[in-house]
Design a protein around this ligand. Structure first.
Ligand code: HEC
Ligand code: HEC
Length: 247
């Protein structure tokens, strides 16, 4: 009797596991792409879809740092030509922004994500398959004064989804997302001015330009993504900097 039960279980279990594996990997990938928990870092608050629209039509009025993902699996190069490997393009986001470990992308999670990216580019479709222009200036310079009356509107489209409300941070994604402009002014207004700067407000605004253009790259710590010139124009950044000021 006991062995009959054991046998029945033994027959059932692989069958269950099988059913689970038959869930299409692309559906699993779609769920992972919307889940900030996927990277398993307790510091991460981003999902892929925080920074990327799936299709261009879903961008709306938002100014997103990442390109739409439809067609990405067919693109010949990524990150403005910095890499030709899809795996490396995704790994950058996974490790720099989402604080995930690269080995997770080599396993089931990566498999599901790539299956999903592939599914966004069905055979024969060329939608979104062209390389996306992305320019990240190495050196940033002061941009001069912008239009302060436009700053709030640019903030709402480009920054509020992560940072929440300007001044209070209400609605920000998590406690590690800076409260702007207060945190920046507190951190940088009292610094010894680097050569070439005579005015503190100009300096702090240039720090903001640098943060927006380089995110957590090129020596600036953190997990914020950079915005390319194509994703956010210098005119928009110039207007945004008007939100920052030193006493
Ligand atoms: C915090 C923002 C952010 C998150 C989260 C993020 N990315 Fe990115 N991603 C970017 C930025 C910025 C780029 C560089 C600009 C670009 O090429 O789209 C980029 C580039 C890419 C590219 C290359 C696109 C191209 O044509 O150059 C792919 C593919 C990609 N990301 C996929 C993903 C996937 C999949 C996830 C989730 C596992 C993810 N990203 C999470 C911001 C992000
Ligand atoms: C995808 C989410 C995300 C978006 C979009 C985003 N940020 Fe950030 N930002 C962060 C996070 C997280 C931090 C804190 C960690 C870090 O410094 O990278 C941060 C930090 C900053 C800082 C540094 C604050 C300090 O402590 O000095 C500034 C300035 C800033 N962001 C400005 C902006 C502006 C302006 C925009 C819109 C153009 C923007 N951010 C869009 C996530 C984001």
């Amino acid at each position: 009797m006991r062995s009959a039960v054991a046998l029945a279980l033994a027959l059932l279990l692989p069958a269950c596991a099988d059913t689970e594996l038959r869930l299409p990997a692309s559906a699993e990938g779609a769920a992972i792409a919307q889940n900030p928990g996927a990277s398993r870092s307790r510091y991460n608050v981003f999902a892929c879809t925080t920074c990327h629209a799936v299709r261009p039509s879903e961008v709306g009025a938002r100014l997103l740092p990442g390109a739409p993902l439809e067609g990405a699996a067919r693109r010949p190069s990524f990150w403005g030509g910095e890499t030709v490997h899809l795996h490396e393009a995704v790994e950058r986001c996974w490790t720099f922004f989402m604080r995930g470990t690269p080995t997770d992308l080599d396993g089931r999670t990566g498999e599901a994500l790539y299956a999903w990216l592939e599914s966004l580019s069905p055979d024969g479709s060329t939608a979104g398959a062209q390389p996306v222009a992305q320019t990240y200036p190495r050196v940033v310079r002061p941009l001069g004064d912008g239009d302060a009356t436009r700053a709030q509107a640019v903030w709402t489209r480009a920054c509020a989804s992560c940072h929440g409300a300007i001044g209070t941070g209400a609605g920000r994604l998590g406690p590690l997302v800076s409260i702007v402009p207060g945190d920046t002014q507190r951190e940088h207004c009292d610094e010894v001015l680097p050569a070439g700067f005579t005015d503190r407000t100009t300096y702090v605004r240039t720090v903001v330009v640098e943060k927006v253009r380089h995110g957590s790259f090129l020596g600036y710590a953190g997990s914020m993504p950079p915005f390319s010139v194509e994703a956010l124009s210098d005119d928009d950044v110039r207007d945004l900097t008007m939100l920052f000021r030193c006493p």
